[in-house]
Write a protein that binds this ligand. Sequence first.
Ligand code: HPA
Ligand code: ZN
Length: 326
Amino acid sequence: AELKQLVRRLPKTELHLHIEGSLEPDMVFALAERNGISLPYASAAELAQKYDFENLQSFLDLYYQATDVLQTEEDFFDLTWAYLQRCAAENVVHVEIFFDPQSHTDRGIPFAEVVQGIDRALQQAQSELAISSQLIMCFLRHLPEDSALETWQQAQPWLHLIHGVGLDSSESGFPPELFQRVFAQARAAGLKCVAHAGEEGPADYIEQALDLLAVDRIDHGVRITESDTLMRRVAIEGIALTVCPLSNVRLCVYDQLADHPLLSLLDDGLQVMINSDDPAYFGGYLCANYDAVIDALAPNQAQIVQLVKNSFAASFMPEVEKLARL
Ligand code: HPA
Ligand code: ZN
């Protein structure tokens, strides 16, 4: 209980958060009503009952379906603002937010509506909640690289609002090597690069993300435990892994949180930290993830402090602000 209090007192960052994954069942219903969309569920409670996933794909199927209620700039603002208010309540002072433009533009929502709504909430959070933020545009890896390249073109007028690019969606069978051209363009434009790798996919995908996409951080990355060589390399190079404990259990990467390698990775010197991934679907926001780790893995206080420190060290905050926090 003392450690859980400490977690709440400490300022924290969140570096792995899909804004569409913060869409709560209640908001799905509210937005469906506002936009005149009929849902195949009678209530938010009935929808929430479907959140019983077998793997990444069974989650993604529901997740993309729920995003259909997001239509206007105001919807994207409301979604993002709700998440940022949660951050304020949990003392999360800096966030790096993923969004999936293709899941909106592919159903006719203009890129501008999406990015402007999200950005307006981020600006308001800076001024009203003192929360700093960066926006990371993810490419959907189940779609061809040409679609990612087209999205990269659509993003050009908005690059002043976008700090990085990422890679997400179905991992197995969609290796990082398929996206070398679009990542090269993003890097040449000065954006940070990250990729989901080693969540369901093999450790080799982590290596590909580093060697072929030149990523600055790996999202998830837990299957790195399958390669001692890669573990040593990632530790030496100081590559961070944005770990998401509740997500890994809900998507059956591990049977139970007690089996999770978070603390052994930390003790091996890897730069890991705790994140919530898709909190509306996986059982809670950042503090809930810390609480679950405390209950299942019994970290000591030094380990908790190191996880929180890593969340700042691995962030893309300006170095000067980072130093002030460490
Ligand atoms: N993995 C891949 N794609 C995703 C995830 C995830 O955990 N969450 C939202 N899109
Ligand atoms: Zn993710």
